[in-house]
Ligand binder design. Sequence first.
Ligand code: ADP
Length: 484
Amino acid sequence: MTFQGHIEGIALGPYINGTRRKVSGDAHPSYDPATGEVLCDVPVSGTDLVDEAVEASRIALKGAWASVTPAERSRMLNRVAQAIRKDAQRLATVECLDSGKPLREAVGDIETSARYFEYYAGIADKLQGDTIPLGPDFVSFTMHEPIGATAHIIPWNFPLVTTARGLAPALAAGATAVIKPAEQTPLTALMLPVYLEQAGIPAGVVNVVCGPGKMTGAPLTQHPGIAHVTFTGSVDTGKTVMMSAASHIASTTMELGGKSPVVVLADADFDAAIEGTLKAIFTNAGQVCSAGSRLVIERSVADKFLSELIKRIEQFTFGHGLDNPNIGPVVSKQQLLKIEGIVRDSVSAGAELLTGGNIKRPDKLNGWFFEPTILLAGDSSTKCVQEEIFGPVLTVQIAADFEHALELAEGTDFGLVAGIYTKDVSKALRFSRKISAGQVFINQFFAGGVETPFGGTKNSGFGREKGLEGLKAYYTVKTVTARI
Ligand code: ADP
């Protein structure tokens, strides 16, 4: 099975200052993770092209983009949303092929991407400052100014959504951008300029460069012309990116993943908690920063709950993302082997395998599939409790009571999201207050959306994206005070 036809016509060169550049030299393959076949080779932008992209975004910042009124910026962002929606089917197909995710999830991603542009279109002309009362002899007020040229380093699990999540508020605030998609999944970011042009966004405002982190991401984040870096990825790469940004005093937003708990108390609505747990860990084959990858369950309901989970998982279908299976492939062979390694190490360290645990080979597909897996954690220090696996692997921790559940939920270095299923409002709110997490989901995992601020605590990073909070990274506040 080959699907190269679906990606015909996508311009693969870097997009700099409104033109598509032809690049000879290094290229990076983009694979169909379900078949393991190369979809296309995407030219790599090295330091020279990255410099040109940053330069273009800095010129646009002071030039073409600065002269667009906020009201017109708002209209442009709305038009980007419309253009994305118009081409949603194609974008979803390409996203599905490039990342491996089931088509229905890719369809959801594309709609969410459009929604980001629409949401931030609504605020572009309402970013106003304050007047500050200093008494009769002064006038003092604040002005919001665009932060400057911004770099967006994108992960492979939600390619277009993560791009839109940072780009839409950056543009709303009047900033400009250089996007570097993940080398594994560059295709929808490469399609984006078509919609930006249709919407009338001037040349140079958004630039797209592709390539591996060391070749393209590093020169971009090290570039002194970049004022802010929005990064989503691993903790180690995040640290490197922060050091690059520090070298030229750029601010950063760091979204670094998690090991998020789904707490199920004995009084929880059983069916809602089952559905929520399955969604929390098996969406996108577990390759979700905010996945609920640890089930913390009260002992009195654990047996019944786990039997039902296992029964449901054993009915899961596997297959190519375009066929909408329950579980698609993971993004790469490297990721597949990483998942397998953590599961193996955890079992050697005493975790009990309740189901799954192996690499899977669905019919006629040579790609990278892993069985949905449940591990009963032994010790809290086991890798499956502490490390982000980024695969379809759920770790179970049994809690004696609510206080114990809270202690287990809190017991990692991460703090991205935390879910709780209970009918007891006091417990849900006590949990919300006590847990270290950027967001808490009560009785529905992944509750919220484009409007609800998102980000981490502890090793999950800092800064907030989404919602009105997400704008703050992209403007600075200037205070003007006059003696009159
Ligand atoms: P993973 O290991 O899961 O691929 P990474 O955190 O390494 O996750 O990658 C996330 C994003 O960061 C990707 O776009 C990647 O190319 C980029 N990246 C990797 N290394 C660097 C680096 N040194 N500087 C800037 N970006 C990088």
